[in-house]
Design a binder for this molecule. Structure first.
Ligand code: GLC
Length: 446
């Protein structure tokens, strides 16, 4: 089970690895479905999937890029949080590629510290695709003007711990990583309370989550009004202060704030800060704001705050549980409630396979496949990767192991799919999906 920070020995490549792009299922069948054979098959297939999705080259402008696309051909660009997860998975097989991917994420940003949600490294999104993406100009651009869940410093620390061959990596980017977190503070925390605001639903990575329905309404990601949400933000130059002041559709987002606090804490450690250090203090301040402002004592969940009135959004999704990732910055009694009243509750999140993206007792829960709606119920690997270690840390090791084993069984059967049906583990969405290789971290000893 993953222990939190990296530092694990590299996994040697397996001579029986399936050919790139082939599903893990066929390779595993010949090796048996449990124990060491199972883990070896999954590891080999994970490495093959990451290799198949690897893209390296140079832009016309000369900049070098090296990253893993999430799931070609549908997802063939660089996505911020996907790349952070890919690098975390890559560190088991090839830490040099893990470092190259994180450096590419950083290189895509602006000198003021802004890092985009999506980067079109090989060719810019042109007019045909640009309206769908949050580009600065409707005729297209090399990147979006939106952010992704800010996990880069967090991933950087994990990859640095697995990089004894490149000891300088840990500190080579302290200044740009700090600029990035400062940009977020200046542009996405206009009321200065420590919680970050998103101005488009997909900035959290959860494009169509039902928790955004009451906030974005007809401007939601899965509705036609989304084009107008993009266009009116363009007209304000993607200036988040202006957008937040002018419009009602924005959210102080629990998960994005958690990711930010995780990254502030990681940067504090990379800088060797003492407990009063700038970023360490910022992480604690955001955690305190989550407890003061987002915690719903009756329901035992952390709820997003919507619009100028900061109304709590009453939908239970996995993100309401993510403050668990802040460990001791969140009071133990609250963490226990998240685990015992929600993650282990058979009618809420304790599904047969994985951790559903929406609580099973929510009216909006839709676990099956829908091309345009993927965050309304299915189980995703990155959510399990984030939450399962905290189930174990709360003293429920057997439950944590069960979730990991059932996800491994689903991967064995279905391959690395974009997401899985929580009722039976059926694979859904694209095949050969990059961050589903995080299952390796759930299997390897910490
Ligand atoms: C989808 C997901 C988003 C992910 C992207 C690339 O848009 O909702 O979270 O980053 O695909 O995989």
């Amino acid at each position: 089970m993953r222990s939190g920070e990296g530092g694990r020995a590299r996994v040697e490549s397996d001579p029986c690895a399936p050919a790139a792009g082939r599903d893990v299922a066929s390779s595993c069948a010949s090796r048996g479905g449990t124990g060491e054979a199972r883990d070896a098959a999954i590891l080999a297939a994970a490495h093959a999937t990451l290799k198949a999705n690897w893209r390296e080259g140079r832009r016309r402008t000369g900049e070098h890029y090296a990253f893993t696309c999430p799931g070609p051909p549908r997802y063939r660009h660089l996505w911020h949080w996907d790349s952070c997860f890919h690098a975390i998975a890559w560190r088991h097989f090839d830490p040099a590629r893990a470092r190259a991917e994180l450096r590419t994420v950083l290189r895509a940003g602006r000198s003021d510290g802004f890092l985009p949600h999506t980067v079109f490294w090989d060719s810019p999104a042109r007019w045909r695709r640009a309206p769908l993406y949050a580009t600065r100009r409707v005729r297209g651009d090399w990147m979006t003007a939106t952010i992704g869940p800010p996990l880069l410093p967090f991933a950087w620390e994990i990859v640095a711990a697995a990089s004894p061959d490149d000891p300088g990596f840990a500190t080579e980017a302290l200044a740009p990583l700090a600029r990035h977190l400062d940009w977020l503070e200046h542009h996405r925390d206009p009321d200065g309370d420590g919680l970050l605001t998103i101005i488009a639903p997909d900035e959290s990575g959860l494009d169509d989550s039902p928790k955004y329905d009451p906030v974005f309404g007809r401007l939601s990601h899965d509705r036609a009004g989304y084009f107008w949400l993009m266009e009116r933000s363009r007209r304000l130059g993607w200036d988040s202060h202006a957008i937040i002041a002018r419009h009602r559709e924005h959210v102080e987002d629990v998960w994005v704030s958690v990711a930010y606090a995780m990254s502030c804490a990681a940067l504090g450690r990379l800088r060797g800060e003492d407990p009063d250090g700038r970023y360490t203090t910022r992480a604690a301040r955001t955690a305190a704001a989550l407890v003061d402002r987002c915690w719903d004592e009756r329901r035992g969940l952390f709820l997003d705050l919507a619009g100028p009135g900061e109304r709590p959004v009453p939908v239970s999704t996995w993100t309401a549980l993510t403050p668990l990732c802040l460990g001791e910055l969140i009071p133990a009694a609250l963490r226990t409630r998240l685990v015992e009243e929600h993650l282990l509750h058979p009618r809420r999140y304790a599904a047969p396979v994985g951790i559903p993206s929406v609580a099973m007792d929510e009216p909006a829960f839709r676990p099956g496949f829908d091309r345009w709606r993927a965050w309304r119920g299915p189980s995703w690997m990155n959510t399990a990767w984030l939450l399962v270690p905290h189930i174990a840390a709360a003293g429920h090791e057997a439950a944590a192991r069960r979730i990991a084993d059932r996800l491994a069984a689903a991967v064995l059967r279905e391959g690395f799919r974009e997401y899985y049906d929580p009722r039976h583990g059926g694979g859904l969405g694209v095949r050969g999906f990059g961050w589903s290789t995080l299952v390796t971290d759930l299997l390897l000893p910490g």
